[in-house]
Every structure is written in structure tokens, then in C-alpha cells.
Design a protein around this ligand. Structure first.
Ligand code: NAD
Length: 485
């Protein structure tokens, strides 16, 4: 077991109460993976104060100097990739291959923003008059709060932290309690890379107390949140009340449309990868397949074959392709949704059961699950499950498929499988989603491209990732200079 403390002002320390909480390995709950301080608003305030004290000196450095720290952090992370991936799997449950990919993503994000540091600047604008210079400066905001979910415990902190830091902000991060280890390791790596004390602070503990302090404290200039709609909506209101800058990224109910002309083997492979990969615990996971009736039965058969081939087990074990649910609550939630779907008239075409034989007895393992006979009003067709459960909705044609896809109040990622270029392009125009994938999995993002949802998936104010991520973490100042006199 690893024992961690909060990282505040460059020092490690426990919660004032002395209380801690522990995390178990979801593949084997007999193993305790980490112990963390049960902090509250007081520790969050200390971290905010430490960040506020460190901000002026950090903001006064050049973006290039800050970028060097990020590039160094990327190298240090890469050197520890295997160790961190194993720890990530133990704490969150995803397979070692998935965890290794995620740690690599964090390395790449730091490398990307390290390089981008050479380009962060303003703009010159033609003035109406001669001998006048009109230009903009990009400035950091101050103390920025970050609140992150458990499902990508290193990639999401990294994709918020890197643009925040390179822009010159000081940061307080509150990671999700289900998987804080990676955030703690990021603090170690950044300190080793030369980040000054107080520029990055991490506080673990209760969401309402620690996260609530970040949302309400007047010294936090902006807050970037990724998590559930329920919590995001509440935090957004707290930020709006004091007119603080907000970036809220929440869940989805991501559709994959399968048209009659599609290569059905490809469609089944894409849907199985995007729906069951990462145990379905991705915000961009495919959770609805909207398929033309004429090929629905054939497609479903092929998807069942893919589901049967999935090897469920401890993600550290070679050959395992799907790990456990992250904890008991999420695990139970998955079965609740399967019951709700059955009660509303859906049929479990495959899966639906807990797996507890032999080595699986002490973990939160379940079969990948396919539910057919789903209609758009059913809850399984509208609400995020966040587990390996795919709902299949059969429709008459392309237009109905789009109407069904758009008939929910969220819009994060959306994919289509077809050979018809015109329909694929019309889909990209008409679908209400932040990301559109054509003949690709709905999960998986390019770190250099903008990412974010629409509708209730996001406040849709600023994009994350890519060079545009800097926009959220900086403000523009316009400077007028007259040298004619
Ligand atoms: P969650 O909303 O339960 O928790 C997210 C974070 O908020 C955690 O750090 C939690 O401790 C904190 N929190 C809880 N209550 C709080 C409060 N009252 N005030 C302030 N902070 C509080 O979400 P989760 O279960 O960790 O993550 C899963 C959700 O995240 C899913 O809905 C998923 O779709 C979404 N998600 C979205 C994206 C995206 O980029 N859009 C990416 C990954 C996950």
C-alpha cells in the first residue's frame, strides 16, 4: 500500500483532523492500494493561499521557461511509465495495456504543451492611424481550481494541468477519491522537474468540502471541472454566483449509428471496442447503437460474438481485455440499469451477470452486456450507465437514426459506420455532438485537437485539449500605443 499526503506549498502533509481514507483494488478488494488524507475546506483554503502566494513569481516567468518544466516532466513521467501504469491498474481497474496508453498520453500532453510554450502570445492588429501599434497580450488568470473524475486519473489531470501551468497560473487540484494516486505522482514528477513550490497543489478528500471550497473561494479565478452532470451543474451555479470563469465537461450518451450499407464486421468491432473497452467507463464510450432494421439482427449477432471473445479479469493479467468496475457503487449501478432496461421491455441479448468464479470472486467483475428491443423513451436509451452495457435501438432509416441520436439532452461523442460518404458528411453536419467519428470508435481522441461536448455534456464555453486549451487559462488584454508624437 502507498500512503500519500496532500501536497500544499511544496510540502507533504496530512489532513488537520488526522483522518484518512483507503482505496481497494477493484479487481481484488482484499488489496488496499492507497491511503489519502480526508481533507476538508480548511486544507483546500491552505492550498489556495499557497497557490496565490506562488502565482506572481510564476506568472512573471516566460512561457518558454514554463514549457521547459513541462518538457522535463514529460521525460520523467516516461521513465516511470511501467510503474505508474501498474499502479493505475491496481487503483482504477483498467487493463495494463489501457493504463500504459493513458500514462503515455499524459507524457505526450506535457510534451505538446512544452513545445506550445514557444507560441503562446498575443496578436498585432492594424490600427486606423499611422504610427500606432495595436496588440493583445495573453495573461494568466491567477489561481485555477481543477476538479477531476476517476476514470482517466492521469490523462484528465494532465490535460488540464499542462495548459494551466504553461499559461502561468498556479493550480489547486482536487482528484476523485476513487483514484487519486496518479495526481499525487504528478505532483512528485512536477516538483522533480523544477516547478516552484506552491505552483501546483493537490488536496484529497470529500468532494463537497474540498471541491466546494474551490468553487466558492473568491481567490480562485477559474475552475475547470470534469465529472458527472449532477455535480457539474451544482459547481457551475456556485461559480456563476461569483462570476468566476467556468469550464464544465460532463457525461454523454454516445450513439454509434450503423447503416444498412456498413461493413458489419467493422461495425461490430468498433462498437465492442468503444462500448466494452475501458469497461465502458469512458465519457465517450458507445452506449447506444442505432441500427437500421434491415441489418439489426445480423449486426447484433456479430456484436455478441465480439462480446463473447472478451476476457474479463484482473487487468494486470496478460490476456485480459476487460477489467472490473471501479467500485461497488458503480458496479451496482450497472446492474440497476440492466434491471431498469428489462423492466421497461428490453431484452438482455448477451451478458447481464456478475462474474465471480475463482480469481474473480473478490472483484467487481461483470459480463459485457447487450440489450436489444430498446426504444428511445426508455431510461437505458437516455441516461449514462458508465459501464459495459450497450443498448441497441432499431430504426427504419438514416433520418430516423439522426433524430433518435439527437433526441437526448447530452451530446459528447457520436460515431457512424457507413460506406456512404454523403450520409457520413450529412451526419457530421446534423449530429448534436462535440466530436464526430466516421468509421471509427467513439472513444479515443487526438490530444492536439479540441475536445468538449454540447448540450448538457458541457458548458460549451471553452474547449479542452489542443492549442485552444490555452484560451480557458488566459485572458486577453488589448494595448494601444501611439508613437506618432
Ligand atoms: P463525479 O461528478 O461524481 O465527481 C467528479 C469530481 O467532483 C470528483 O473529484 C468529486 O470528488 C468531485 N465532487 C463531488 N461532489 C462535489 C461537489 N459537491 N462540489 C465539488 N466537487 C465535487 O464524477 P465521477 O464519478 O468521478 O466521474 C464520472 C463522470 O465523469 C461521468 O459522468 C463521465 O461521463 C464524466 N466524464 C466526462 C469527461 C469529459 O471529458 N466530458 C471525461 C471523463 C469523465
Amino acid at each position: 500500500m502507498r500512503s500519500y499526503q496532500n501536497f500544499i506549498g511544496g510540502e507533504w502533509g496530512g489532513a488537520k483532523s488526522g483522518k484518512t481514507f483507503q482505496n481497494q483494488n477493484p479487481a481484488d478488494t482484499r488489496e488496499v492500494v492507497g491511503e489519502y488524507p480526508s481533507s476538508g475546506s480548511e486544507e483546500a483554503r491552505q492550498a489556495i493561499d499557497a497557490a496565490a502566494a506562488a502565482f506572481p513569481a510564476w506568472a512573471a516567468t516566460t512561457s518558454v521557461a514554463r514549457g521547459r518544466v513541462l518538457s522535463k516532466a514529460s521525460q520523467l513521467l516516461e521513465a516511470r511509465k511501467a510503474e505508474l501504469a501498474e499502479l493505475l491498474t491496481r487503483e482504477e481497474g483498467k487493463t495494463l495495456a489501457e493504463a500504459t496508453g493513458e500514462v503515455q498520453r499524459a507524457c505526450d500532453i506535457f510534451r505538446f504543451f512544452g513545445g506550445l510554450s514557444y507560441t503562446i502570445g498575443g496578436q498585432t492588429i492594424p490600427h486606423d492611424l499611422p504610427q500606432n501599434l495595436l496588440f493583445t497580450r495573453r495573461e494568466p488568470l491567477g489561481v485555477v481550481g481543477l476538479i477531476t473524475p476517476w476514470n482517466f486519473p492521469i490523462a484528465i489531470p494532465a490535460w488540464k494541468l499542462a495548459p494551466a501551468l504553461v499559461s502561468g497560473n498556479a493550480v489547486v487540484l482536487k482528484p476523485a477519491s476513487q483514484a487519486p494516486a496518479m495526481s499525487m505522482e504528478l505532483a512528485k514528477v512536477l516538483a522533480e522537474a523544477g516547478l516552484p513550490k506552491g505552483v501546483f497543489n493537490v488536496v484529497t478528500g470529500d468532494g463537497r468540502a474540498v471541491g466546494g471550497e474551490l468553487a466558492t473561494n473568491a481567490n480562485v479565478a477559474a475552475l475547470s471541472f470534469t465529472g458527472s452532470l449532477k455535480v457539474g451543474a451544482q459547481v457551475y451555479q456556485q461559480l456563476a454566483q461569483r462570476m468566476a470563469r467556468a469550464q464544465m465537461e460532463m457525461g454523454g450518451k454516445n450513439p454509434t449509428i450503423v447503416l444498412a450499407d456498413a461493413d458489419l464486421d467493422l461495425a461490430a468491432r468498433l462498437v465492442a471496442t468503444a462500448g466494452f473497452g475501458l469497461t465502458g467507463q469512458a465519457c465517450t464510450a458507445t452506449s447506444r447503437v442505432i441500427v437500421e432494421k434491415s441489418v439489426a439482427a445480423q449486426f447484433t449477432e456479430k456484436l455478441i460474438e465480439k462480446a463473447k471473445a472478451i476476457v474479463v479479469g484482473n487487468g494486470l493479467k496478460q490476456g485480459v481485455t476487460m477489467g472490473p468496475a471501479v467500485n461497488e457503487q458503480e458496479f451496482k449501478g450497472n446492474f440497476d440499469y440492466i434491471d431498469i432496461a428489462k423492466n421497461e421491455g428490453g431484452t438482455v441479448a448477451y451478458g447481464g451477470a456478475r462474474l465471480s468464479d475463482g480469481e474473480l470472486a473478490h472483484g467487481f467483475f461483470m459480463q459485457p452486456t447487450i440489450i436489444t428491443g430498446v426504444t428511445p423513451p426508455m431510461r437505458i436509451a437516455r441516461e449514462e450507465v458508465f459501464g459495459p452495457v450497450i443498448a441497441i435501438i432499431a430504426v427504419e432509416n438514416f433520418d430516423e437514426a439522426i433524430a433518435v441520436a439527437n433526441g437526448v439532452d447530452v451530446g459528447l461523442s457520436a460515431s457512424i459506420v457507413t460506406r456512404d460518404l454523403k450520409k457520413a458528411m450529412l451526419y457530421s453536419e446534423r449530429i448534436q455532438a462535440g466530436v464526430v467519428k466516421i468509421n471509427q470508435i467513439s472513444t479515443g481522441l487526438a490530444l492536439q485537437a479540441p475536445f468538449g461536448g454540447v448540450k448538457k455534456s458541457s458548458t460549451d464555453s471553452f474547449k479542452e485539449q489542443g492549442a485552444g486549451a490555452i484560451d480557458f487559462y488566459t485572458r486577453i488584454k488589448t494595448v494601444y500605443l501611439d508613437y506618432s508624437a
